[in-house]
Design a protein around this ligand. Sequence first.
Ligand SMILES: [Zn+2]
Ligand SMILES: [Zn+2]
Length: 229
Amino acid sequence: MSRTKTPANIPYPTHTVEDYLMTMYVMERDQGEIIAARLAEMLNVSPATVAMTFKRMERDRWIVGKGHQGVHLTPTGQAAARSVIRRHMLTEWMLLRMLKVPLSQTHEEAHKIEHAISPELEERMRENLDNPQVCPHGNPLPGFEKVAAAWVALPDLKAGESVIIRRIHEFAEDNRDLMKFMAENGIVPGAKAKIADVLPFNQTVTLVVSGKRVTIGFPAARYIFVETE
Ligand SMILES: [Zn+2]
Ligand SMILES: [Zn+2]
């Protein structure tokens, strides 16, 4: 698979558009819709900026629709989103494996590099990184969503279950403090854990990881997916 070929009359996406497409793709994939206010929050821009960017993206046919129907990626927009997500995830692996960048920093660093990767370089990275199906945080590369399908979010577990941490959702990767907290507490893909309790009235999950108890609120816990043993 090479990088998306866009029709001659459509420009390549700018860095900004690639950032939007990436986040919008994940939103549509996991939540079924794109919420402009949430997007503004996640990209750390004002709602007015999002509205303006949407206009340009619509003009350039990356997205369609507004009003009651909501905004959606066009097939071209989806292909461009998949392309930048792949480049992002391969870059994370490169940073982690070759440059030994700590897992909690790979996402941020990859964000700066992903836009500059050519289709040829992407292909080389894929080969040299042994065709990964998920990023270092366990998020599936586009086309490999099945790999993650059986993993369960922490709030859906029961006390006493033994699990293996498999995935920290893309949207948690964006939260530097949360990533740091998880790294400090050993909540990383591949780590074994035991569920000590799940308290819906308290909106918390408590895990035991390497003999240490860690309590996480539901909003963050929903971003952590595990394989049950
Ligand atoms: Zn990332
Ligand atoms: Zn990642």
